[in-house]
Design a protein around this ligand. Structure first.
Ligand code: BG6
Length: 516
């Protein structure tokens, strides 16, 4: 595993030609190109690099270069001068001409741009063509690593499948073209420093391991809350929903890193082995249990940052009677010695009260509380909070005596803030880090085929249960913490959702709800 936490400087990448399928799309212009521009300007990618864009849009090389420049307005001179060598192929993803042209351009890049036979194929297309592109690459001899140690790798964006069956099918198609060691499945959450820091916190510090288990931890909550709505992605979101968009991938990754056993080394496969082992230990509910242990919601109109916002069903490309969930709360359980009996609450939603991703581990109460109820009513159970974003850091909440004659207790927090502790260090953004890692061949932060399959196995029963008529969907007001019904899920176990940070700032302690 490369050491981005020691130094912001990413190690130099080897020469490589990057082929972006879906080069005229949103992901390419918003995420991929700006990240690569930073790698070039930062000296991580140097001579020996080029980009070949492939898409159906009828662009010329000049059109592509113009788009590249427009999508990287802050880039420096290195990147600006490099864009001149970028090439573009307008073609269908299943047409031999496209791949014949690609072979010519790759040979040209090796001869003129010093790309040394190394290739990365980046699938930034609609998922429906992932398998097709991989197979076409293989049938044109592009998937085989060259002689003399050159490499051919394929980077695949999410969503990887839309249920277990399609994910199995896609893995099969990918494996018919590329070896698993050549496949880099991206989950951009794994590129976040704070997600990687879960490993450092757990396995570089002696104090946490003895208490990281059912004996000391009463419940775990993972929240991925967004204040944004679906924006311009209504058409996509209608086919996805919160379970597929966030839970199957980002939440499962964060959950696995938080709850897994210690790997035997930082080798990519040893870490991924432990993640898979943890995912395998998650109880797979029956359809009835899936209904019982999940709450689906959809945002109605409301207010975000003081501005009125429309409801999901009024967004562009969304059906007026859409049943797609924009909010989801699940109660999971892990069946192993470490976590047996500890509820794992998971929650995600759009148009919630704030943008917060965090993991909160709440510890058991003391066996006997010496102090009476009146003096301890402001005392919450000890909680360790891993703040993934924003305001990245870690807090430990514990009880303290309020100064004064009376013995009054209150919860206070010990806080670690990334910004303060590492003020001089600028971390690479998630995409930059992941693209770099694919180039240097470090697969640690990418998702292995068995991880993807296991994560689908966990969420599949919910998809099946919800496809039945009458599956509940609760409307919630935009700007709230989601449907009120979600509170019942935690309350029946004597718990309550920790409404992250923002909760402390709300004077009324909550928001109105509009349950359907
Ligand atoms: C993406 C989802 O994977 O993650 C989006 O498709 C979501 O719907 C985004 O908004 C959230 O990412 P982040 O990094 O802003 O938490």
């Amino acid at each position: 595993m490369s050491t981005a936490t020691e130094s912001t400087a990413l190690s130099p990448a080897p020469p490589v030609a990057l082929v972006i399928f879906g080069a005229s799309g949103d992901l390419t212009t918003r995420k991929i190109l700006p990240s690569i521009a930073r790698l070039v300007d930062g000296g991580v990618l140097d001579a020996g690099f080029t980009i070949i864009g492939v898409a159906r849009t009828e662009w010329t090389d000049a059109d592509f270069r113009r788009e590249v420049t427009a999508s990287t307005p802050d880039a420096g001179p290195r990147w600006r001068s490099m864009t001149e060598r970028f090439r573009y192929i307008a073609g269908e993803y299943d047409h031999p001409d496209t791949f014949d042209q690609l072979k010519v351009l790759l040979a040209d890049a090796d001869a003129n741009d010093g790309t040394a036979g190394n290739r990365i194929y980046y699938l930034a297309t609609v998922p429906a063509v992932f398998g097709l592109v991989a197979k076409s690459l293989a049938s044109h001899g592009c998937a085989t690593p060259g002689e003399g140690g050159s490499f051919a790798r394929i980077v695949v964006e999410k969503p990887f499948g839309r249920d277990l069956e399609s994910a199995l099918d896609l893995n099969e198609q990918m494996h018919s073209a590329f070896d698993e060691s050549q496949i880099y499945r991206i989950d951009h959450y794994m590129g976040k420093e704070t997600v990687q820091n879960v490993l450092a916190l757990r396995f570089a510090n002696a104090i946490f391991e003895p208490i990281w288990n059912r004996r000391y931890i009463e419940q775990v909550q993972i929240t991925v809350a967004e204040s944004l709505g679906v924006e311009h992605r209504g058409a996509f979101y209608e086919t996805a929903g919160a379970l597929r968009d966030i839970v199957q991938n980002h939440v499962m990754q964060v959950l696995a890193l938080t709850l897994m056993e210690s790997p035997t080394s930082t080798d990519a496969d040893r870490i991924r082995d432990e993640k898979v082992k943890l995912l395998r230990a998650i109880y797979i509910p029956t359809p009835d249990e899936a209904v019982d242990r999940s709450i689906r919601g959809q945002y109605a109109a409301g207010t975000i940052d003081g501005q009125p916002v429309i409801g999901y069903r009024d967004e562009d490309d969304v059906a007026p009677d859409s049943q797609t969930e924009t909010y989801l709360a699940l109660q999971l359980r892990v069946e192993n010695w470490r976590w047996s009996g500890v509820p794992i609450y998971v929650r995600t939603g759009k148009r919630l009260a704030g943008r917060v991703t965090e993991v909160a581990l709440t510890f058991r109460q003391v066996p006997f509380l010496l102090f009476d109820h009146r003096s301890s009513r402001d005392l919450r159970p000890n909680t360790l909070i891993l703040r993934i974003q924003p305001d990245e850091g870690i807090s430990l909440e514990f009880g303290a005596k309020v100064p004064g004659e009376k013995f009054h207790l209150r919860s206070v927090a010990m806080d670690f803030s990334y910004d303060e502790a590492f003020a001089d260090t600028k971390a690479a953004d998630g995409y930059e880090r992941l693209i770099h890692d694919a180039m240097v061949g470090d697969a640690t932060l990418f998702i292995r085929s068995d991880e993807v399959e296991q994560a689908w196995r966990i969420v599949d029963p919910y998809l099946q249960a919800w496809s039945e008529p009458g599956a509940g969907l609760h409307l919630y007001e935009s700007g709230s913490w989601g449907p009120h019904m979600a509170n019942l899920m935690t309350e029946r176990a004597g718990h309550e959702w920790r409404n992250p940070k923002i909760d402390l700032e709300l004077s009324d302690g909550g928001q109105p709800h509009l349950d359907q």
